[in-house]
Design a protein around this ligand. Structure first.
Ligand code: PXL
Length: 279
């Protein structure tokens, strides 16, 4: 039976992130990807100015209720960029409306990177995001998002093991699901992910490609979602996602230096299928 995901993110019409990344990556893996667009922007907010922002808050619950009425079920819900605090609560309600006890909730608390909140987010946003993370089966914060949600200081890399494991334990105070902390770096030239499952923390690393392309967090969590729905373990899925994301960054860096235009993940789809053992 084909698996089905509901992806709840904005559509940035240009810039390769959120739904324009989640839809093609999840579809390429043979998984159906429905979407609830939370807003439509002309571009993402990272590095562009003058972007348009059409808020779709009022459509979230009607879409969820219609799906419920139609009896449409989902193997997973994957949430990303949400445009306001109000949307956080609506997404919690939407998941309760059309989800069931078998629906896996994967929450990427997209709101910050490199020690700073993204443009337009209020200071209290990380604390509000805690409510959605608390409901999730898997969360995928980066270091900045984890620090902001736990009131820990943000530390740039290289990180100490103690800092990373304290962040994870503080996240665990409200997030009872699995935790995938991204952007972990213990030594120069390596970047990776810490995965908490039960009591166990596993690390996966890839060689660092020194470039900060936009939308790579969405590439990572979209791919992780594919791995999980293909019945891979958490750390296997994280390794596949880290390798695929690193491959996209490497290829893009060789051909195109404009970070805000996102990565050429399209050219890497064959390697995604190999990593997922589909071909
Ligand atoms: O990739 C995260 C993201 C998604 N959507 C919008 C964004 C960002 C990051 O800045 O601005 C609109």
């Amino acid at each position: 039976m084909q698996k089905r995901v509901a992806a709840i993110h904005d559509i940035s019409c240009f810039g390769k992130c959120s739904l324009t990344v989640a839809l093609p990556i999840i579809s390429a893996a043979g998984i159906e990807c429905a979407g609830i667009p939370t807003a439509v922007l002309s571009t993402h907010t990272g590095g562009f100015s003058g972007y348009t922002f059409r808020d779709l808050t009022d459509d979230i619950m009607p879409v969820a209720s219609h799906w419920k009425k139609e009896g449409i079920t989902f193997d997973a819900v994957y949430t990303g960029y949400l445009g306001s605090v109000e949307q956080i609560d609506l997404v919690c309600d939407a998941v309760d409306t059309f989800g069931n006890d078998k629906t896996l909730l994967i929450v990427d608390p997209v709101m910050a990177d490199h020690g700073k909140l993204y443009a337009g987010f209020p200071e209290n946003f990380p604390k509000e995001m805690v409510r959605l993370c608390a409901k999730a089966d898997i969360i995928t914060p980066n270091i900045t998002e984890a620090a902001f949600m736990t009131d820990m200081p943000y530390m740039a890399s290289p990180h100490s093991k103690e800092y990373i494991e304290t962040l994870i334990m503080k996240l665990r105070e409200f997030a009872s699901g699995k935790i995938v902390l991204t952007g972990v770096c213990f030594k120069e030239g390596e970047i990776g992910v810490a995965c908490l499952e039960g009591e166990n923390i596993e690390y996966v690393f890839t060689p660092l490609v020194d470039a900060a392309y936009h939308g790579t967090g969405d590439v990572f969590t979209s791919t992780l979602t594919c791995g999980i729905l293909k019945d891979k373990s958490l750390s296997e899925s994280a390794l596949i996602a880290a390798k695929f994301t690193a491959g996209c960054i490497k290829l893009t860096k060789e051909e195109y230096p404009e970070m805000k235009y996102g990565v050429n993940f399209e050219a890497q789809i064959p390697s995604l299928l190999k990593l997922l053992e589909i071909i």
